[in-house]
Ligand binder design. Sequence first.
Ligand code: FES
Ligand code: FES
Length: 315
Amino acid sequence: MSLVPILIISLILLVITILLIIADTLLVSYGPCRITVHQEDQAKEFTVQGGGFLLSSLTDNGVPITSSCGGKATCGYCKVTVRSGGGHILPTEEIFMSRQEKLSGTRLACQVKVKEDMEIYIPDLLTTVRSIVENKSYDPRLRWRFIKTGQEHYLPAKKLAALPRKQKRQVLAVLEEFEDTPGAVVPALQQINETFNYLPEPILRLTAERLHIPLSEVHRLATFYNAFSLKPKGRNIIRVCNGTSCYVKGGRRILQTIQTRLGIKVGENTRDLKFSLETVTCIGCCGQSPVIAVNEDIYGYFRVSMIDEVLRRYS
Ligand code: FES
Ligand code: FES
């Protein structure tokens, strides 16, 4: 096969990339952006030329902010709370954030591009490290000791629950199967999740240990996929579709009635762990709306009058 067409295409792509880089540098201008920084009860304001990263804008203007990876998004130290401006959180940042932090606008300064006026708050390092330990980006078994302005602060090692012996044997049997397969963590977690219906912390730790990957990576995968849950789930998962088509055809009433019958709200389990209730934005059978699913079974043209019968079937 002739290599000429491949070379021509590669050359064209290279030229396009270079042109885009030049255009981005020369033509896209965000103009001057004002940055307001709150840190330890003090506020500071300065103006930078837009287009650079927040971390360098801060350090260039004498704002103390911790970074140990030089802006590669691997240490998580450069956390700031963005109160305005800054765009959306990136996947590279998410592994360092708890759900609460994401909701409150926490970002990694080294990943945020300054494109508009911004207002940010920089927490002290102790708060940042505490959150890193709590989010398990570091090994929670470590004990942290800080000396700050002559005062010592301790972050005690987190008490970790132990895995009952029988469960541990089951988990180890699965992990043994995947031990020598690179990139097998997701299938391993899937198999374990099928057995226990959720992935408690001791299982994540064991997985990290046996598959030789950082606990933070296992934690990231376990929280990324909807199929996994860190909390116990019911044996039967009811998903009520509240996409537009199902919603207008009675999905809301169906959901309310199921909530009343089971005595739980969306996201909760029944006490006997028989059922979990969730909503989804589309099950993919809009032609049969309203639709609900119980585990793998889909119920189209669903009616409130069918709820009791369906619940009985899975009880
Ligand atoms: S500087 Fe290390 S994550 Fe931002
Ligand atoms: S909107 Fe409900 S299945 Fe598509």
